[in-house]
Ligand binder design. Structure first.
Ligand code: PEP
Length: 251
């Protein structure tokens, strides 16, 4: 069975002093664990945190990237720059980007293309709003967001990404999906992957995100189609994040 991937999304949090202490504690705590660990940190701190992670088994990621290649795009950060400073992964289409920056499915696909062209692994976020869930629309919305990306990728590219199911109502609210609710959506996603990739569907990890914490992680990870987690708030607390990683290591 593939190792679980536990990815931290620090969002717009951090400072030089806090990052150094947090990253060092995570490096130490993750040293002997049997899961993949990734820290997705704000742009200005990629160099700092990348330096702290060097030689460790914790990988570096970013939270967004430009859909453009290079040039006159003030304020943007390219895939090549992220690769240059040591990133292996980049979050794409987080619901906060979709909501506050109007990111469309088409833009998400453009960013996936850029990431993959620079040999970064995109972590593509999908998820329904509370209203959509209450209207019974969860599967249609989530599979539609995935199809919007997969429709623009060949099979080789479709195998080279990570999906994160993040119900919008669970992000930052303390109200995680129950393991059964999450598993039901993950199973639908897996079904879509099998339809697209056949025997190779297992190559695509499906993370759960939305109020994962030290107390609920193990039950979520016990579900057959949950391959790891994207962790926001709890990733800012070294002890909580390491506990989630321990759960992801099957301990
Ligand atoms: C996220 O932002 O991707 C996330 C899952 O946040 P939280 O864990 O705080 O709900």
């Amino acid at each position: 069975m593939a190792r679980k991937l536990i990815a931290a999304n620090w969002k717009m949090n951090g400072s030089l002093g806090n990052n150094a202490a947090l990253a060092q504690r995570i490096v130490d705590g993750a040293a002997s664990l049997a899961c993949e660990v990734l820290l997705c940190v704000p742009y200005p701190y990629l160099g700092q945190v990348g330096g702290l992670l060097a030689g460790s088994r914790v990988a570096l990621g970013a939270q967004d990237l430009s859909e453009h290649d290079a040039g006159a795009y003030t304020g943007e950060v390219s895939a090549a720059m992220l690769k240059d400073v040591g990133c292996s992964h980049v979050v794409v289409g987080h619901s906060e980007r979709r909501k506050y920056h109007g990111e469309s499915d088409a833009l998400v696909l453009a960013k996936v293309h850029r990431a993959q062209a620079a040999a970064l692994v995109p972590i593509v976020c999908v998820g329904e709003s509370r209203e959509q869930r209450e209207a019974g629309d969860t599967e249609r919305v989530v599979l539609g967001q995935i199809e919007a990306v997969f429709g623009g990728l060949d099979d080789a590219a479709a195998r080279r990404l990570v999906l994160a199911y993040e119900p919008v109502w669970a992000i930052g609210t303390g109200l995680a999906a129950t393991p059964e609710m999450a598993q039901a959506v993950h199973a639908s996603i897996r079904g879509a992957l099998v339809a697209r990739l056949g025997d190779e569907a297992g190559a695509v990890a499906i993370l759960y995100g939305g109020s994962v914490n030290a107390d609920n992680a193990a039950a979520l990870f016990a579900m057959p189609d949950i391959d790891g987690a994207l962790v926001g708030g709890a990733s800012l607390d070294a002890e909580a994040f390491i506990s989630i990683c321990v759960a992801g290591s099957g301990r």
